[in-house]
Write a protein that binds this ligand. Structure first.
Ligand code: ZN
Length: 253
């Protein structure tokens, strides 16, 4: 019963994250006005605003203007719902669940906004650092010391990389947003997971970059936003850190 509830709760949070993704970059209120179609601005009735289900019932189109609704909406709702379920199954209905679920929710919003707008909103990353540090005092899975070191290591290492890059290439490769994001990741996950996050996101980012260069057949003047890779790396570190480290040491014999 609670398992079903965790999925429904996750989908509802996902629906709210979509609102944040759409409105935060425009600096609009995330509370009022209620949901409306981005094309015809017609207010969306509650029965057309049911996460995942409404998208399927309406066939991915607005009821009023029939323009297609971005697949981002059901995707974000689905990913948030699955994350909620996985974290609930791992931690039960405890503070740890809320702690890590709020972390994943923040990563989802940051990744999608960075993908569209190449910015990482401070209104999420900076309070996120605070929540990570405070949460470490409450939950048994991470010590405050580890959270603090993780934050400093995450923010510090990326700050050095960003400064060096700017100094070498005379253009901004990584923004301050990425620095604050990795500081937030460190505060939530600790120093080991921050190192794993850097490794994974650089790896996935490089592979994607090379693939895009091959497909587009030219050098990339415009840096691909790094936030989505950092978020993905952090999510993998959160769910599979133990398995990856175990596999690595087994692999080395
Ligand atoms: Zn419409």
């Amino acid at each position: 019963m609670l398992t079903v509830f965790s999925i429904i709760f996750g989908a509802m949070v996902g629906s709210f994250l979509n609102v944040c993704i759409f409105r935060l970059p425009k600096e609009e209120s995330i509370i009022i006005p209620g949901s409306h179609c981005p094309h015809c601005h017609h207010p969306i009735k509650f029965y057309d605003n049911i996460p995942l289900i409404s998208y399927l019932v309406l066939g991915g189109r607005c009821r009023y203007c029939k323009k297609s609704i971005s697949v981002q909406y059901p995707l974000v709702e689905g990913i948030t719902a699955i994350s909620s379920l996985c974290l609930f199954l791992r931690y039960g209905l405890l503070w740890s669940y809320l702690f890590y679920f709020s972390f994943v929710a923040a990563l989802i919003v940051i990744a999608v906004i960075d993908l569209y707008h190449q910015i990482i909103p401070d209104v999420i990353s900076i309070p996120g650092i605070g929540v990570g540090l405070l949460g470490a005092l409450l939950i048994p899975h991470i010590t405050f010391r580890n959270s603090l070191i993780g934050m400093l290591l995450g923010g510090g290492s990326l700050f050095i990389v960003a400064t060096l890059y700017q100094w070498l290439f005379k253009r901004e490769g990584m923004g301050g947003g990425d620095v604050k994001l990795l500081a937030m990741i460190g505060a939530f996950l600790g120093w080991e997971a921050v190192l794993l996050t850097i490794l994974l996101s650089s790896l996935i980012g490089s592979i994607t970059g090379i693939m895009m260069m091959v497909l587009k057949g030219k050098d990339f003047k415009y840096a691909i936003p790094f936030g989505p890779f950092l978020s993905l790396g952090a999510a993998i570190a959160l769910f599979y850190q133990k398995e990856i480290i175990f596999w690595y040491f087994q692999f080395r014999g």
